[in-house]
Write a protein that binds this ligand. Structure first.
Ligand SMILES: Cc1cn([C@H]2C[C@H](O)[C@@H](COP(=O)(O)OP(=O)(O)OP(=O)(O)O)O2)c(=O)[nH]c1=O
Length: 200
């Protein structure tokens, strides 16, 4: 019997989207919310930001584990939206959500998600990222206001949710869809395989 299959996965996240996405792997996992500091110095490249924050989220949970809980691989993840080199995180309120949508509509932007896996037993880490190009249709001011008012984008990077009503304002994507929703599953599966966890 492969001992590898006995390893647990801990998702270091408060995000219901990530929980839902990881559940599609059909392997058992546990969720432990991670409250890592999410500030980064100015001037960092998008991929550097998301890999650092994904790593921090996984590390916080790794360091909180009792020694008896260590037979696990801890997964952390972070998503940002980047338009013309400007990093957009989550909007503070409806007004900022509308402002973000105004800057994203009628053009393309890139969504970056970092993924970190930490071996709870050895502390070995692996961090990587994916980027996806998203094109949004041209929106009227009334449509921007209506979407912002829906509240759907308030806890999402870039103030929209491609998996929700936001699907109606996205005209196309290039790259991994799941990366936009917050967890690039094909990347995660490759990383987990490196830690001895096989999905297929
Ligand atoms: C662009 C986009 C982002 N998002 C989400 C993914 C992330 O959950 C969120 C970006 O915030 P993150 O800080 O990456 O994650 P989080 O705070 O939701 O969860 P945690 O740090 O505890 O893991 O935006 C969507 O759900 N749909 C989208 O279309």
């Amino acid at each position: 019997m492969e001992t590898a299959q006995l390893r647990r996965i801990i998702l270091a996240s408060t995000s219901p989207r990530r929980r839902e996405l990881i559940s599609s792997l059909q392997i058992p996992f546990q969720v432990v919310p991670s409250h890592a500091d999410e500030s980064t110095p100015p001037g960092w490249a998008p991929e550097q930001i998301v890999m650092e924050l994904a790593g921090r989220k996984a590390d916080v949970v790794y360091h909180s584990l009792e020694s008896s809980e260590r037979d696990a691989v801890i997964v952390g993840s972070d998503t940002i939206v980047v338009r013309d080199g400007v990093v957009l995180g989550k909007p503070q309120d409806e007004a900022e959500a509308a402002e973000m949508l105004r800057s994203l509509q009628g053009r393309s932007h890139t969504v970056f998600t970092g993924v970190a896996c930490v071996d709870g037993l050895t502390g070995r880490r692996m961090v990587d990222y994916r980027s996806t190009l998203v094109t949004m249709k041209t929106l009227t001011e009334a449509e921007i206001q209506a979407y912002a008012r829906s509240g759907e984008g308030l806890d999402k990077a870039g103030a929209y949710a491609i998996q929700g009503l936001g699907a109606t304002i996205v005209t196309g994507i290039e790259g991994c869809y799941f990366n936009v929703v917050g967890l690039p599953l094909s990347l995660l599966v490759d990383m987990l395989a490196d830690f001895g966890i096989r999905v297929l």
